[in-house]
Design a protein around this ligand. Structure first.
Ligand code: ADE
Length: 248
């Protein structure tokens, strides 16, 4: 069964884009997953195929029309697939969401441009609004590609032996430990001795500590959640100033 993505976009040539390369690209060729990009322009109004108009209430930019967007949505066979609108107004995308999307039949991705999409169509069509981070992209296509990449790598048969679709950094709610390879000494910087020691239990302990330190320093939000999950005291926020050289 092919995992099926449909993108509704004004720029269909942006798909599959980078997902046509590497392991995702090979899986795409093999039919493990598919992506169809449909042009929203095809549903535009009149001879000029207009898709947007000025915002009621005034303000800068243009808003995508609900009649145009709904026509495109209703023309797509959703077949049980979630309809996702990438937008900085969405709830933050988490690995849990990615796992849920990847385990289903696929996704329909609604890619916005301009200031956004008329709110009424988002309500009427039960659109899931998802953000890939607190920064603004020029449109939803790049965010849709990011979201697709995160899903596709979890589909059985895509990653092969390379990482077997494991979720490294987020599977246990901590950031991953740092990695090292040859040469053991490079430009005066040595690989931590313990990794050369052959003591597997000690190495596992060191990696766990490194994971915890990185999470505590860089992601106090994840660290607080980890402490709550493991039943430990949160102890308040941790300042980077405590050891500014420790992490870069
Ligand atoms: N579209 C524009 N910026 C975005 C973001 N940060 N996340 C998801 N979609 C977006």
């Amino acid at each position: 069964m092919t995992w099926r993505a449909t993108a509704l976009t004004l720029f269909p040539d942006m798909f599959p884009g980078p997902l046509g390369q590497s392991l995702a690209g090979r899986a795409l060729e093999q039919g493990v997953w598919s992506v169809e990009a449909r042009s929203l322009r095809d549903y535009g109004i009149g001879r000029h195929r207009v898709v947007d108009d000025t915002p009621f209430g005034g303000g800068a930019g243009m808003v995508m029309r609900p009649d145009v967007v709904s026509a495109a949505i209703r023309d797509v066979g959703r077949a049980g697939r979630p309809l996702v609108y990438p937008t900085p107004r969405g709830r933050p995308l988490r690995q849990d969401d990615v796992r849920r999307y990847a385990a289903g039949p696929g996704l329909v991705l609604l890619c916005g441009r301009y200031e956004g999409i008329d709110e009424r169509v988002l309500e009427a069509e039960q659109v899931e609004q998802v953000s890939i981070g607190d920064y603004i992209l020029s449109g939803g296509e790049m965010a849709a590609l990011v979201l697709l990449d995160s899903c596709v790598r979890l589909i059985p048969g895509v990653m092969g032996s390379e990482a077997s679709g494991t979720e490294e950094s987020f599977s246990d709610g901590l950031l991953e430990y740092p990695h090292y390879t040859k040469p053991a000494s490079w430009e005066g910087r040595d690989v931590p001795d313990i990794l050369l020691s052959g003591h597997h239990a000690a190495i596992a302990g060191w990696r766990q500590t490194e994971s915890e330190t990185a999470t505590r320093m860089r992601r106090p939000d994840l660290w607080a959640a980890h402490l709550a999950r493991t039943g430990q005291d949160t102890g308040g926020p941790v300042s980077l100033a405590a050891d500014p050289e420790r992490l870069h």
